[in-house]
Design a protein around this ligand. Structure first.
Ligand code: SF4
Ligand code: SF4
Length: 335
């Protein structure tokens, strides 16, 4: 296993980490088995979030007695000081620890970033938690390149998490800048949220980029972990045949894969387009179908409400046929 310094944090992390979304569909016992296997294999980076329902709690159970072998990272969507202070306490309790290595501001928009860093913003709570020794470092996660670019100039940002995979390489230049500035780059969605059907190839692609400090594929079973480990244990050299396969994946997904940049918003009737497509992606993956349906059912405005005005498509930089895609979502989800 290859290890890297996580930017200037001084933390040494394995290049493959563990993404904590899929354990929501398993249970605490399976999570424990995965944690034990991670420890045995020297994979030491764990990512979760306050928003991943039971993920922090399962991890807290699974890490009992071995927590010190890991760099533990979580994140919160809280934007105010008060809400963030509360979330830090909940994370500590859920994760059954008195110290979280990395706490991240989870996916703020440009406007929310202003709020987070302003008076009584969430950053103040993280700074206090850091001074009190409850957390070690502060990072930020983003889906839009605008927020990523802005984050590079914020002196409190020690790590940035951003999607990067075979079909989402819009952040490549910023990743390079990240590396040059000594900011740790955490690659979320290395498998494009499950859209890439060849996980080994997907992982190989991201780990072959030196700007990626750590990639965090989501794993919900020991079998999935074993599959990913095979990639990390071999020399990461991409063959011509694999390059051709990657080009074919890009070709296939390029015109239908939502990068979750959010530029299409706001929808005229209030459809949450990015999350609708995200949940539709998970629906296609058998194992997360129930989770996707639950999440989708919580959306206030369903895909079927689209009136076909086309405003969103004018704003989508990838020229996705959003109206057609929403029709499919409405059919697949049945509403
Ligand atoms: S085409 Fe549909 S999804 Fe797009 S803005 Fe109009 S109503 Fe919203
Ligand atoms: S539909 Fe287009 S604009 Fe909207 S989030 Fe997806 S990729 Fe971005």
């Amino acid at each position: 296993m290859e290890y890297r310094e996580l930017g200037k944090t001084g933390l040494k992390v394995s290049r493959m980490g563990f993404g904590g979304i899929p354990i929501q569909r398993t249970d605490a016992e399976e999570t424990k088995k995965i944690m034990e296997k991670l420890a045995a294999e020297g994979i030491n980076y764990i990512d979760t979030a306050r928003g991943y329902t039971v993920s922090e709690e399962y991890l807290g159970y699974g890490l009992e007695g071995i927590r010190d072998q890991f760099v533990l990272a979580t994140k919160s969507m809280a934007r105010t000081k008060e809400a963030m202070a509360k979330d830090v306490e909940i994370s500590l309790k859920n994760l059954r620890t008195d110290y979280i290595d990395l706490y991240q501001i989870h996916n703020p928009s440009m406007e929310q970033l202003e709020q987070v860093t302003g008076p009584d913003g969430a950053l103040e709570a993280l700074m206090e938690a850091k001074a009190q020794g409850k957390i070690g470092h502060i990072g930020l996660t983003a889906h839009s390149t605008a927020v990523f670019e802005k984050a590079l100039d914020l002196d409190w940002v020690e790590t940035i998490m951003f999607p990067y995979n075979i079909v989402e390489n819009q952040g490549e230049a910023l990743m390079k800048a990240c590396e040059e500035k000594g900011i740790g780059f955490i690659d979320m969605k290395p498998l494009a949220g499950g859209a890439i059907e060849n996980p080994k190839l997907a992982l190989k692609y991201v780990l072959s980029n030196p700007s990626v400090t750590v990639a965090i594929p989501g794993m919900g079973s020991v079998e999935e972990l074993e599959q990913n480990l095979e990639v990390c244990q071999n020399t990461i050299k991409i063959t011509e045949e694999e390059r051709a396969e990657m080009a074919a994946i890009r070709e296939k997904l390029g015109n239908s894969f939502c990068r979750r940049c959010g530029y299409c918003a706001p929808c005229t009737v209030g459809i949450d387009i990015t999350n609708t497509f995200l949940f539709a992606g998970y629906l296609e993956r058998y194992d997360l179908a129930e989770w996707a349906k639950n999440r989708y059912s919580a959306l206030k405005v369903k895909a079927s409400a689209c009136i076909g005005c086309g405003k969103c498509e004018e704003r989508c930089p990838y020229h996705l046929p959003i109206r057609e895609m929403l029709k499919k979502c409405a059919k697949d989800f049945g509403e």
